[in-house]
Design a protein. Structure first.
Length: 394
């Protein structure tokens, strides 16, 4: 049975949720699956990367500053897209899209297809002050009442999802994130002759807490050690100023957004992550895939299993600068079995993940899938859509 799965995204900005979603869609479309993707606006560096590889449709051209109210923009336009394309299931690619998913259930009622929502971040959110945390936990229970199926990215998330969302076991599935295109042979790496080359990959934003990382590196980094920060974001100017104030500006490299992260990781000696919260950090999976040791905060329930209880790296408490500085100072003593680290993340390849998700969509859509679908009406003449979807044909 062929089904149609619609994925909705705000834009082509370089967020991890969008990156993983587009990787899944590309796999589905390549396999001949009827998998349209609707993007609220065409902005973002990933559009160039996926142009010609993913068939997509965008919201109408407008002079309005849509990026400042992109969630409302999507809630206004997506019901019409759903009515026209008549998907059998909707894919909610991460926590940040849950409000859109719930809105579709409220606006469309019984006409809303079943929704599969991937949980891309920690649900406990111990980083929040308690009033905000209590409100957030209430919001999770609301999601649990409306969304049909939740997907965690690693087995340790299962209990957390059931507890925080208030849902039965049957409504929780585990599917590994499609972090890797494929596992590549490990490159031979000589022991560093000079200082260690530390690397961190992630958006320069409060969640990632690179402020803590820079302060810890200033204390624990040895002469000749360097730190490469790969990514862009709203805190870049502040972090550059902090590096200067700490006297380490000459040893900290800001690369901005890069698409060659695998090559950058392979050329490094140690991976750092200082996040306050995560789901299953894709960057740790990428680091292990090239045999890179990891120093990370305990920012998700998945960290322990990912690092095999310390076999592949060091875990320190969230927000604690002294332990992080100590781990950086002792990094030269951290040795791992690079081949074993790479083998441990084989399940995170895109092809396997895409297949598992499609099995899940068939389960959620059920035997009635396709029965309701009529030929979609034509795309409006003023649509900015790059691809017109006609009954699943591109």
């Amino acid at each position: 049975m062929s089904i149609r799965v619609l994925t909705f995204l705000h834009s082509f900005e370089s967020g991890g949720v969008e990156r993983m979603a587009l990787r899944l869609v590309e796999q589905w479309q390549k396999a001949g699956v009827d998998a349209p993707v609707w993007v609220g606006r065409r902005d973002g560096p990933m559009r160039t990367i996926h142009e010609g590889r993913v068939c997509y449709e965008t919201g109408p051209q407008t002079h309005l500053p849509v990026r400042h109210f992109e969630t409302l923009w999507m809630i206004l336009l997506l019901p019409g897209v759903i009515r026209r394309l008549r998907p059998d299931a909707l894919f909610c690619a991460g926590n940040s899209y849950a409000i859109v998913a719930v809105a579709m259930k409220l606006l469309l009622g019984k006409r809303c297809p079943p929704i599969v929502a991937k949980i891309s971040n920690d649900l406990v959110r111990a980083d929040m002050p308690w009033p905000a945390r209590a409100a957030y936990h209430l919001w999770l229970r609301i999601q649990g009442r409306f969304i049909n199926r939740f997907v965690g990215m690693a087995e340790p998330m299962r209990r957390e999802l059931r507890s925080m969302l208030g849902v039965a076991e049957a409504r929780v599935s585990i599917v590994a994130d499609p972090v890797l295109d494929q596992l590549l042979p490990l490159e031979q790496k000589a022991a560093p002759a000079g200082g260690l080359r530390f690397i961190s990959v992630g958006r320069l934003a409060p969640q990632k807490d690179q402020d803590l990382m820079l302060r810890a590196f200033a204390i624990g980094g040895q002469p000749g050690d360097t730190l490469c920060l790969v990514g862009d974001g709203p805190l870049e100017a502040r972090l550059r100023a902090l590096a200067s104030a700490l006297g380490i500006a000459d040893r900290v490299i800001f690369t901005g957004h890069r698409t060659d992260t695998t090559a950058l990781l392979s050329a490094s000696d140690m991976f750092l992550l200082s996040s306050r919260y995560e789901g299953v950090p894709a960057v740790i999976v990428e680091a292990l895939a090239v045999g890179l040791p990891v120093i990370t905060t305990d920012c998700a329930v998945s960290i322990g299993p990912l690092l095999q209880g310390g076999e592949f790296g060091i875990t320190i408490p969230v927000g604690q600068m002294t332990p992080l500085a100590g781990a950086i100072a002792s990094a030269r003593a951290l040795k791992i079995d690079r081949a074993a680290a790479a083998r441990s993340v084989e399940r995170f390849t895109a092809a396997l993940s895409a297949k598992d998700y499609m099995t899940l969509f068939h389960q959620v859509a059920g035997p009635a899938a396709n029965a309701h679908r009529l030929r979609p009406v034509p795309v409006p003449a003023d649509s900015a859509g790059v691809t017109e979807w006609r009954g699943g044909q591109r």
